[in-house]
Design a protein around this ligand. Structure first.
Ligand SMILES: [Zn+2]
Length: 428
């Protein structure tokens, strides 16, 4: 069994305590010991990494991953991509996320039925690098909903599959389960990108949602949902959906429902995309369509108001911002942590907990992932600097000096370690 000692680091363990100096022993895939009394660990047969006061923290968890999305400028781009190229793109994105410190990812949806599933399996088998992955099926949407790209005279593939009525929903949900998805995705509200079903419309019926949830329960899978409108959030909670994304127009009643179910439900604002769209509209300046700008601003302002409430009510919120569009390149996912701090009222520690411990709970293994603690899986980052003082350093790859997954080094920048002046973690 491999043994590694990370000596003289500052541990931020995501358990609520301030960072503290320690030595950490990793054996095989797990953290064996976290010793606050330094120099006490038995180093027999161990590789010793001198961390010189760098921060050791849990690996990041992307809570709204779309590994099969890449540089999409229009939503139709994803449907146009053939399956072979699409599989390669998804594999490249998986490596990119791990390179940026995301040791786990919970998929919000896959652009084709089996993309997440084959990539998850290849990562788990050690065939390709990538985050520990929970796979989702494609977005299941109703005619006219988010992801229906067809016209009356023209069929068109997209990232979604179209199902109307409980029978068709059941069929698609069972197909996702048969092929091995960990979760199914239901698009309950519309989206302002689409002509018919707007973001504040709730277009999937309660009967349709219940049909999908029932299948997922039978197969012991999770249900994710796209919900912008207040009514869509209420329907999702009432029908037993597990992970509810966006929720920006949630009203008090919807927030009350979420709070009541907060030990079961997760939410994610997916704030990265609206922020990036606003930035790109500002860059366009006067050329930006004022109607589009007003719509984007309205959604963004609703999100900032709503997530202030989510935080106060103790609802579990994960990071993840729809990375994979042209304005949100894969790999930039840690921007979401900074957005939580600057835009949603989170403290740096709260945002980092969302990005680690809460994400691990979403992965379904919160009892062995997401903390720097004895017995936990060794998915860890060694960071040059203090992310609690400045969360934006996590966006800089060169600051991630080591990335460990299952106790193995995906990255170990020995030059960066050697360059660092000798300084004790305690700062004396
Ligand atoms: Zn999404």
């Amino acid at each position: 069994m491999s043994r590694t000692i990370i000596r003289d680091c500052r541990v931020w363990d995501a358990g609520g305590a301030a960072a503290y100096p320690a030595d950490v022993l990793i054996e095989g895939v797990r953290i064996r010991a976290v010793a606050r009394a330094r120099g006490q660990l038995d180093g027999t047969g161990a590789e010793v990494i001198e961390a010189r006061g760098m921060t050791l923290m849990p690996g990041l968890v992307e809570g709204h991953a779309h590994l099969s999305f890449g540089k999409a400028a229009a939503t139709t781009d994803l449907g146009d991509l053939p399956p072979e190229e699409h599989t390669l793109l998804t594999a490249r994105n998986a490596k990119l996320l791990l390179d940026h410190g995301f040791t786990s990812a919970y998929s919000a949806a896959s652009a084709k039925l089996r993309l997440d599933i084959v990539i998850r399996n290849a990562i788990a088998a050690g065939q390709i690098p990538g985050p520990r992955l929970k796979a989702c099926g494609p977005e299941i949407t109703v005619t006219g909903g988010l992801g229906d790209e067809r016209r009356a005279h023209m069929y068109r593939e997209s990232f979604a599959v179209i199902a109307d009525g409980p029978t068709e929903i059941v069929k698609w949900a069972r197909l996702c389960c048969r092929e091995g998805a960990d979760a199914i995705k239901l698009n309950i509200s519309g989206d302002d990108l689409y002509k018919a079903a707007k973001g504040e419309m709730t277009v999937m019926s309660e009967g349709e949602i219940r049909a999908g949830v029932e299948v997922a329960r039978d197969f012991h899978r999770k249900v994710n949902a796209h919900c912008r409108a207040a009514e869509s959030v209420k329907r999702a909670v009432r029908c037993g959906v597990d992970v509810i994304y966006h929720c920006e127009y949630a009203d008090d009643k919807a927030l009350d429902l979420l709070e009541r179910e907060k030990h079961r439900v997760f939410v994610g604002p997916a704030i990265g995309l609206p922020v990036a769209v606003r930035e790109s509209l500002s860059a366009l300046n006067a050329e930006a369509d004022p109607q589009v700008r007003a719509l984007v601003d309205r959604g963004f302002e609703a999100a900032t108001r709503t997530y202030e409430q989510m935080r106060k009510r103790g609802i579990r919120v994960v990071i993840g911002g729809d990375y994979g569009f042209d304005v949100t390149p894969q790999g930039a996912n840690a921007r979401d942590i900074e957005h939580f701090v600057k835009l949603l009222g989170y403290s740096p520690a709260e945002a980092l907990v969302s990005a680690t411990r809460v994400g691990a709970e979403l992965m379904g293994i919160g009892d062995e992932l997401g903390l720097v603690r004895e017995g936990y899986l060794a998915d860890l980052l060694l960071v040059d600097g203090d992310p609690l003082a400045d969360v934006s350093i996590l966006q800089r790859r060169e600051r991630l000096v080591a990335i460990l997954q299952n106790g193995n080094f995906h990255k170990l920048d020995r030059d960066a370690l050697a360059r660092r002046p000798v300084r004790r973690a305690a700062g004396e």
